[in-house]
Ligand binder design. Structure first.
Ligand SMILES: Cc1cc2nc3c(=O)[nH]c(=O)nc-3n(C[C@H](O)[C@H](O)[C@H](O)COP(=O)(O)OP(=O)(O)OC[C@H]3O[C@@H](n4cnc5c(N)ncnc54)[C@H](O)[C@@H]3O)c2cc1C
Length: 368
């Protein structure tokens, strides 16, 4: 537990970076480079939109609640090399170890469109008011985010008419047929219309999340709605790494070794969505990456070989709640993928969207 006077610069304080900063806080001088004023539990953002009074404030965890010794610099990284990080302000952070955890972006409301908690809260309230006044909702994208959004809306406003469109021919491609069958059955019960194999011919003229006349065609068929949301378009936050420490793949992801070192760099690591690890991009995976890298950096600080390696799940993993009382999930087992019973979907995610877990992990409430 001794502090060895080594500096660890962590770029990005999302699921991976925040967990790592906390894990290393007693072992090194942590410098967290993160423009946001708080960690954001994005998994709860869709409920923050539909029920802002009860949920929106619970998404945000100020960093000083769980990083006690380390420093948080509210800055963007603009470049990285073996010896440190250059900030957008032009300042340098020299470091013994560097961890790249800048994650990914996703269109609002799934991820916030500001670095300020107060502004993000105002956005959720504003969009909630727009949504409350709309009878017909169009969601473009039937991945987990589009499906979860539809479920959260129905949980609050069962009477709203929701249409989800997606170019794919099936829901959750690559998952087991049982998961798809259960999803379709629940969506039918909720009265959510899903149009698959369908692409919007043009983007609606109205801004997403604003009420107005949404009149579009999809494969030539007209669709009308009073509001629409974009539920596709994840992008890797790695612009600052172009021409940098290692060649990015076509998705903008960094190549990492099993110890989660950036290829060719013994003191530079990467975790979470910014890596090229071959798995579904998940907060849970980013947290496990953080455990591996914490162990490896502590070993290196103590003069040992970094021996912790990350093994991605061979099975596609997801928990997709449709509001607090419905949803589906798939997990790995010794015999391959298994479907989660509804009670587990609710208990593990649907009921509180991991808020209880992060309340404990990031010490906003005393441990029970
Ligand atoms: C609506 C929604 C629900 C989800 N639900 C789940 C779920 O239930 N379970 C699950 O496992 N996964 C879930 N995910 C996926 C999960 O959110 C991502 O996999 C996760 O955010 C990845 O974590 P990360 O630490 O790699 O990066 P992120 O959480 O994306 O964090 C990256 C951080 O880096 C910062 N940053 C970006 N660029 C820079 C820069 N240049 N300099 C400094 N900082 C920078 C950002 O501000 C951000 O805070 C969900 C995603 C969405 C959108």
């Amino acid at each position: 537990m001794t502090q060895q006077g080594k500096t660890v610069a962590i770029v990005g304080g999302g699921y991976g970076g925040a967990a790592l900063a906390k894990a290393l806080d007693e072992h090194a001088d942590v410098v967290l480079i993160e423009p946001k004023d708080a960690f954001v539990n994005a998994a709860a953002s869709l409920r923050a939109l539909t029920q802002p009074e009860q949920w929106a404030e619970r998404l945000f965890y100020p960093y000083d609640a769980f990083i006690k010794r380390g420093k948080h610099l509210r800055e963007y990284a603009s470049g990285v090399d073996e010896r440190g990080v250059t900030l957008a302000s032009g300042e340098r952070v020299e470091a013994d170890y560097i961890v790249l955890a800048s994650g990914s972006g996703y269109p609002y409301p799934a991820k916030t469109r500001t670095d300020s908690t107060d502004e993000a809260l105002a956005h959720f309230k504003e969009t909630h008011a727009e949504l409350a006044g709309a009878d017909r909702v169009l969601i473009a994208g039937a991945g987990p985010v589009g499906l979860e959004l539809a479920g959260e809306i129905k949980a609050v406003w069962p009477e709203k008419r929701i249409t989800i469109v997606d170019p794919s021919d099936e829901l959750m491609p690559g998952y087991e047929p049982e998961l798809r069958a259960e999803l379709h059955s629940q969506l039918d019960k909720l009265g959510i219309e899903v149009r698959l194999g369908v692409t919007l011919d043009d983007e609606p003229a109205v801004e997403p999340g604003r009420t107005g006349t949404v009149a579009v065609t999809a494969n030539g068929e007209p669709i009308e709605a009073d509001i629409w949301f974009r539920a596709f378009g994840m992008s890797t936050n790695s612009g600052y790494l172009r021409d940098g420490i290692a060649p990015l793949n076509r998705r903008g992801q960094l190549p990492v070794t099993p110890t989660l070192n950036v290829e060719g760099h013994a003191h530079v690591y990467a975790i979470g969505d910014v890596t090229n690890v071959n798995e579904e991009k998940r907060a849970a995976a980013a947290g496990r990456h953080a455990d591996v890298v914490a162990a490896n950096i502590i070993a290196q600080i103590n003069g040992e070989q970094p021996a912790s390696v990350y093994e991605p799940s061979p099975v596609r993993v997801a928990i997709v709640p449709l509001g607090p009382e419905l949803g589906v999930g798939q997990m790995p087992s010794e015999n391959g993928p298994v479907q989660l019973p509804l009670e587990s979907v609710i208990e593990w995610k649907g009921r509180d969207l991991m808020v209880g877990y992060f309340d404990q992990a990031f010490r906003l409430v005393p441990a029970q």
